[in-house]
Design a binder for this molecule. Structure first.
Ligand SMILES: [Zn+2]
Length: 381
């Protein structure tokens, strides 16, 4: 039998700062000579001028392809075709997690290098060596794993601070889950998304992400409401993007992300950000763990202040909606899901009960803390 190893993986280079977009060409020219930029029209409208100037200064040609919105198998294959037609030797995603997931998967299939330029700090997508593929209608389909991470992740903090604050808030939700899941993976000594057992490094980065967010998320969110870049904003961008990115991949995923994936199976949650659904997964994981009540209370109070959902109401569900809760719980516990990295067995029934239980408890915690009652989410179709 092959002995299980411990491993940590990471992007080749991470760059973050105000105005970093102006250096995109300088970093890219060491990676390839024919870049293909993939961005949707909204993002391209914001960055086209700066990217053009930066690539020109580095003597790189500019070819931009429009991203169509969902990282589906079909969109990935289409981008592979564009990479081949344009003879690109490096693909660069500029945008959010969906654009990034599509570009990583297509760069890998086309056999070229890939780089990411996230314009929001809303997910763990930028640094990892995997993509999440969705159906055309937005349901979780599969994880695709690649033998290497992006060669470059470049984040312009001012661009992130210019984006709607809701995206930074969603990123905090995704990043808070990282420590809860890495802690569970360490306890169970399960394999991580990096393909081995967790290292001290991966687990420590996940915990650092948690500490940075508890300390800085609230002032950073206030600053970004005014599109300001402060030291707290820089720390939260790094926690959401790099620390959580490395921490989830090399520290391990567990129940929170499996429950997120389950939530995507129900139409009522469609349109919510990844990090919003992950936060429901985090609360539910704490309940499943039988975590100390004071820890669950603190988590509900903090994430309410941050602006993340922690009740079923806020993700379009209710505790009486047993059919939907059953669908979510079944999807979250299918064979191969990361929920099986929890340090105890988890069955569909356990998840359905834990999910149903968070509504009444979270509402009470919020009332006790004089925080607002949840507002019902209604999905738009
Ligand atoms: Zn995530």
């Amino acid at each position: 039998m092959v002995q299980a190893v411990r491993t940590v993986i990471s992007p080749g280079r991470y760059v973050q700062g105000k105005g970093a977009i102006h250096q995109l060409g300088d970093y890219l020219k060491h990676l390839g000579s024919t870049p293909l930029i993939v961005a949707d029209d909204l993002v391209w409208g914001l960055v086209a001028h700066d990217v053009e100037v930066s690539l020109k200064a580095a003597d790189l040609p500019l070819h931009r392809e429009k991203f169509n919105g969902i990282p589906s198998a079909g969109e990935v294959d289409r981008l592979v075709g564009v990479i081949k037609q344009t003879n690109a030797d490096i693909a660069i995603a500029i945008g959010g997690g969906s654009t990034i997931d599509a570009v990583k998967a297509s760069g890998y299939l086309a056999g070229i290098r890939w780089a990411n330029c996230p314009t929001v700090a809303s997910t763990d997508a930028p640094c990892s060596a995997l993509s999440v593929i969705y159906t055309e209608t937005g349901e979780f389909e599969e994880y695709r794993f690649f033998p290497r991470n992006p060669d470059l992740v470049l984040v312009d903090s001012q661009i992130v601070a210019n984006a709607p604050v809701s995206l930074l808030i969603a990123g905090v939700g995704d990043a808070l889950a990282t420590w809860l899941e890495a802690r569970a993976t360490r306890r169970s000594n399960s394999k991580t998304m990096a393909g081995g057992l967790p290292t001290l490094t991966g687990t420590a980065l996940a915990e650092l992400s948690w500490d940075v967010l508890w300390e800085n998320a609230l002032p950073a969110i206030d600053a970004v409401k005014d599109h300001l870049v402060t030291p707290a904003v820089e720390k939260v961008i790094e926690a959401n993007t790099l620390l959580s990115g490395l921490g989830f991949e090399s520290g391990g995923l567990a129940a929170a992300h499996a429950i997120h994936n389950g939530l995507t199976a129900v139409g009522a949650t469609h349109g919510l950000a990844h990090g919003q659904k992950v936060n429901i997964g985090s609360v539910t994981q704490l309940v499943l763990e039988g975590a100390p009540t004071s820890d669950i209370r603190d988590f509900i109070e903090f994430t309410t202040r941050v602006g993340l959902p922690n009740t079923l109401t806020e993700v379009g569900l209710s505790a009486d909606d047993t059919d939907s809760l059953r669908t979510i719980a079944d999807a979250a516990t299918v064979a191969g899901e990361t929920i099986h990295s929890m340090p105890f067995e988890v069955h569909s029934d356990d998840v359905a009960s834990a999910l149903a239980s968070i509504e009444r408890f979270a509402v009470q915690v919020r009332r006790d803390a004089k925080l607002p009652d949840p507002v019902r989410y209604v999905a738009h179709h």
